[in-house]
Every structure is written in C-alpha cells, then in structure tokens.
Design a protein around this ligand. Structure first.
Ligand code: T3D
Length: 262
C-alpha cells in the first residue's frame, strides 16, 4: 500500500510510524486509519523483526485528533460511535496487545483522540513545547480512545475531571510533573532522546517487556493476592526464556547482555 497520510519505516528493530498530514496537524482521517492498519500488519508480521514501535507526528503537532471535517454530516446526525468502533477502538486494542513496547514521541500538541492514543502507549516522551489537550468538551463530546480509562489512572480523578471538562491544554512539563508521562525533554534534545530510547528498547528483552506491560496494566484492577499470582505466572514464563539465561550469563561474565528478544 502506498501511504499518503503516514510515513513508516522499520530499521534495526525500530518501527517508526509518523502521522503525516502536517497542514491539518496530522488529524486522523479514514484514510490515515486504513494506512495505520496496514503499517500495524507489517509490524505484527511474525518475521518483521520489529522490537519497538515509535509513534510520532510530522511538523509542529503530534496530532489534533479526529479530522473534524470528516465529522461534519451537515443536518444529518452522525454516528460518532461508528468511528470509534471502526477505527479508534480496534487501534487502541491492537497497540495494547502488541508484543513489543510502544513509545509515543509527542513532538507537539496532542489533542482529542490523539492525546489519549499517546497516553495509552507504554512510554510517553514529549518535547517541552508539546501539550496534551482533552479537546472533546469543546465540541460537546466525551474523552474517547481510552481516555476515561487512562486519565484517572494516570493523573487521578480530580485532574482527569478538570482536563476532560475544562479542555485546557496541559503542558508537557506539567504532564511529567503529574506523573502522566515518562519524560519531557527540551525540544533541541528531543530527536536524539527518542532515537536513544528506541534503540535501547529495540536491544532489550522484548518478551520481558511484554510481560512487564501485562503485569502493570493488570495491577490497578487486581487485589494483592491476584497480582502476586499473576507475577508468579509471568515470572515463571520469563525465567524460561533465552533472554533470562543471557542476562544472567552477561552479569556473571561482567559484560553487557546481548538480548535476542526471545
Ligand atoms: O467522528 C468523530 O468526531 C468522533 C471522534 C472523536 C475523536 C476526537 O479526536 S474529537 C477531538 C477532535 N479534535 C479537536 O477538537 C481539536 C481541534 N483542534 C484544535 O483545537 C487546535 O487546532 C489545536 C489546539 C490542536 C492547535 O491549535 P493551533 O492554534 O496551534 O492550530 P490551528 O490554527 O487551530 O490549526 C492549524 C490547521 O489545522 C487549521 O487549518 P487552517 O486554518 O490552517 O486551514 C485547523 O483548522 C486545522 N486543524 C486543527 N485541528 C483539526 C484541524 N482540521 C481538522 N480537524 C482537526 N481536528
């Protein structure tokens, strides 16, 4: 498939998907969703070699969320649920199930569904000039793309409620301070920081990362005993992987590990 709304590359284990409609701040269209589905097929292919997926935006924005020119049905009522059903919900579910880490490299404003897409990623790194905007209330909608699940868990209920109802941008450094994202870095350092982060994850223990994600995402909904049982099961699996043996050998031999991702 030829891409018009995204760019995609896969090199050295790093899959990079760039939302790329800069004149519309990379707003999501049906075409962009179709291209993302195609790129995700490539990432998920068993022989893809992808060990980390980086999502980012072209130009000055990460993405302004849904392209509202596609949401204008004129006088007819629009089934907004259909857009979620067809596009956003499957995408979010797919990212969450991906057996490799997903990084949101938030280069600029992330609004609406794009803010929640970014916040659902495993690691969110943002340029200092970036911001997160729950724009939905401005157009009389509610946060979607997992926002009502993610926001209270990341930021606590008072901040989630404020962000959702007031629809004011949250600066990247506030998002970091509130514990919503991993890190905010100066704009000049952002490209190198993203590259280093992606390279580190691509060389890491991929299977352990997938199990870390499963355990941490399950945690808020589990009681202590259930979580301990989950840890036990996942740790047993992790301990049976070649990467665990390599990690231990490397430690004992005082050398850096060479993880294969298996
Ligand atoms: O089907 C459904 O609707 C359901 C799905 C819902 C999911 C959602 O994501 S709902 C939320 C949709 N997003 C928004 O409401 C955000 C709208 N955009 C903004 O609030 C602002 O653009 C930003 C705060 C993101 C950035 O502001 P600023 O001042 O830096 O840029 P700008 O001038 O507003 O935008 C630049 C251009 O991008 C402009 O076009 P122009 O005037 O240069 O021709 C603007 O119209 C366009 N643009 C920005 N956001 C969107 C958009 N065009 C279409 N859809 C957009 N979401």
């Amino acid at each position: 498939m030829d891409y018009r709304s995204i760019d995609f590359s896969l090199r050295d284990g790093v899959a990079t998907l760039v939302l790329s409609r800069p004149a519309r701040l990379n707003a999501f269209t049906a075409e962009m969703h179709a291209e993302i589905r195609d790129a995700m097929d490539r990432v998920e292919a068993p022989d893809s070699g992808a060990r980390v997926l980086v999502l980012t935006g072209a130009g000055r924005a990460f993405s302004a969320g849904q392209d509202l020119s596609e949401s204008d049905a004129g006088a007819a009522p629009l089934d907004v649920g259909a857009t979620l059903e067809r596009n956003y919900n499957p995408l979010l579910a797919r990212l969450r199930a991906l057996p490799i880490p997903v990084v949101a490299a938030v280069n600029g404003v992330a609004a609406g569904a794009a803010a929640n897409l970014a916040l659902a990623c495993d690691i969110v790194i943002a340029a200092r000039s970036a911001s997160f905007l729950q724009a939905f209330a401005k157009i009389a909608l509610i946060p979607d793309a997992g926002g009502t699940y993610t926001l209270p868990r990341l930021a606590g209920l008072p901040r989630a409620m404020g962000m959702a109802m007031l629809a004011e941008p949250v600066k990247a450094e506030d998002a970091e301070r509130w514990g919503m994202i991993w890190k905010c870095v100066d704009d000049a350092d952002f490209p190198a920081a993203v590259e280093q982060l992606a390279a580190k994850l691509a060389a890491g223990p991929t299977g352990a990362y997938a199990r870390i994600r499963r355990a941490l995402l399950a945690s808020p909904d589990n009681d202590f005993d259930t979580q301990m049982a989950l840890e036990l099961a996942l740790q047993r699996e992790a301990g049976a992987q070649a990467d665990f043996a390599e990690g231990v050998h490397a430690f004992l031999e005082k050398r850096p590990p060479r993880f294969s991702g298996r």
